[in-house]
Design a protein around this ligand. Structure first.
Ligand code: ADP
Ligand code: ASP
Ligand code: MG
Length: 451
């Protein structure tokens, strides 16, 4: 058994779905469970039209809905042609769009957009793509069965970033997917979406289809989790920033997790954890070039000082400084308790005897957090920073690599720097508008000059 997830560009249009069908046909002997994203660009469009509706611009939103409807129906038409199957799926698609239009109208009457409503709208992307892909597979000889992911992906009610309930998912997966697999069927589910135990639709957060695939894979204890996307695997840097970035053949779980957390969008940051728990290898492949060897993510890739570079902007640096910290145990715990209470996740930490500096993502709770932190000392906030991560499990103790990294940054202003004791990730905080330049310099130093 394997899980294979196809991202938005792998199901973005007729040609992409054809390619995806060919890939799945070649894997039937491995009993695949298929997870699909929304057609490329659909989730962005849905989120935008939800906002437009809630702002009272329902006519504009409706135009967006009709454009999405036309696009989906065109794909159905191209993939399935005439006949009963095409008519059935076109009717199902139309019903979903009618529902969506009603939902948009309701939001415009309310003039309000709660996280719960936003999830209800966002989920239409995968609710549409999965049945369309299933119908296309069936017509191409793949014994596919559509399964509504919301019946398997049980989550809590944290709308927008719902927490999967692993035990309930394992029960549901065994109950709903195993019988299909045993009967030789290929279950097709939408990624990203789930539902609470009470049946309210949720989402796992942007890019969450990778996470869905890993969770289903762990629930079924599959042999491999395959992430099919639009690049040749995990690369030494984001290819949109560094065109010279090259594919990594084999990488460790912990390295991939660090890269995903610090900007490598190719993998949702939560994807690795379920795979690690079950020791399931994760593979990243290019659906546009299925013959490539892709990236294999396991425990045992050889250690390298530097495997890849990642970066992201929109980071806030918070410094708390107080002489009270000198020799007073418990201050750091108190500071972190505040971040925990507001569920604000801290990414990078550096401390001195009298100060604690942390980075967080810009968040609407930030002002409240800052207010409470002032009880501990002087608080300064630096917005518009960026993080650059130099990741390699052999980095700790590899003095030449560390010296090279800092040397490569040259005169770029470094606001903070941190290397964990596990020595896998050297993170550097720079000005947000310098993230790409820092990545270019580091990539040149580690992957281009040496080549
Ligand atoms: P999908 O729709 O298949 O989930 P995503 O857009 O979410 O695709 O992720 C793939 C994209 O991630 C690539 O097109 C690439 O631009 C970007 N990316 C960022 N960093 C990396 C990296 N280190 N390796 C590969 N891709 C990366
Ligand atoms: N469709 C969702 C998104 O665009 C989930 C995903 O593609 O992984 O965020
Ligand atoms: Mg993605």
């Amino acid at each position: 058994m394997i899980v294979a997830k196809f991202g938005g560009t792998s199901v973005g249009d007729t040609a992409a779905i054809e390619r995806t069908a060919a890939i799945v046909r070649g894997r039937l002997s491995r009993h695949p469970v298929i997870v699909v994203s929304a057609l490329a660009g659909t989730t962005n469009a849905l989120l935008e039209l939800a906002a437009q509706s809630a702002q009272g611009q329902f006519i504009v939103a409706l135009r967006g809905i009709e454009m999405l409807r036309d696009r989906h129906l065109a794909v159905v038409d191209e993939l399935l042609g005439d006949g009963e199957a095409a008519a059935d799926i076109a009717a199902d698609v139309s019903v979903l769009f009618d529902e969506l239009a009603h939902l948009g109208e309701a939001l415009s009457v309310l003039g309000d957009l709660s996280p719960r409503s936003l999830d209800a709208v966002a989920a239409y992307g995968e609710r549409l793509s999965a049945p369309i892909v299933t119908a296309a597979f069936l017509q191409r000889g793949i014994p596919a069965t559509f399964v509504d992911a919301r019946r398997v992906m049980v989550t809590d009610a944290t709308f927008g970033k719902a927490l999967p309930q692993v035990d309930a998912i394992a029960d549901a997966a065994r109950e709903q997917l195993l019988p299909l697999l045993r009967a030789g069927r290929v279950p097709v589910l939408g990624g990203y979406i789930g539902a609470t135990a009470a049946g309210i639709t949720t989402t796992l957060g942007r890019g969450g289809s990778d996470y869905s695939a890993a969770l289903f894979g762990a629930a079924l204890d599959v042999e491999a989790i395959e992430i099919w996307t639009d690049v040749d695997g995990m690369l030494t840097a984001d290819p949109r920033v560094i065109p010279a970035a090259r594919a990594i053949e084999h990488i460790r779980f912990d390295e991939a997790a660090e890269l995903a957390s610090f900007g490598a969008k190719v993998l949702h940051p939560s994807t690795i954890a379920p795979a690690v728990q079950r020791s399931i290898p994760v593979f990243i492949y290019n659906s546009h070039r299925p013959e490539g060897h892709g990236t294999r993510i396991t425990f045992d890739a050889p250690r390298l000082p530097v495997r890849a570079i990642a970066g992201r902007a929109n980071v806030v640096l918070v410094n708390v400084k107080s002489n009270k910290m000198l020799g007073t145990p418990g201050v750091v715990r108190g500071i972190f308790a505040i971040f925990e209470r507001f569920s604000l996740s801290v990414d990078v930490i550096a401390t001195s005897e009298v100060s604690v500096s942390v980075t967080v993502d810009a968040d609407h709770h930030l002002d409240a957090v800052l207010g409470e932190l002032r009880a501990f000392g002087d608080v300064t906030v630096e917005r518009g920073r960026g993080i650059v991560a130099i990741v390699g499990s052999g980095l700790g103790g590899h003095t030449p690599a560390m010296a090279r990294a800092l040397g490569a940054l040259g005169e770029l202003r470094v606001h903070m720097c941190s290397l964990s004791a596990s020595g896998i990730n050297l993170t550097v905080i720079v000005d947000g508008d310098q993230v790409h330049e820092a990545m270019r310099r580091l990539h040149r130093a580690f992957f281009e000059d040496a080549a």
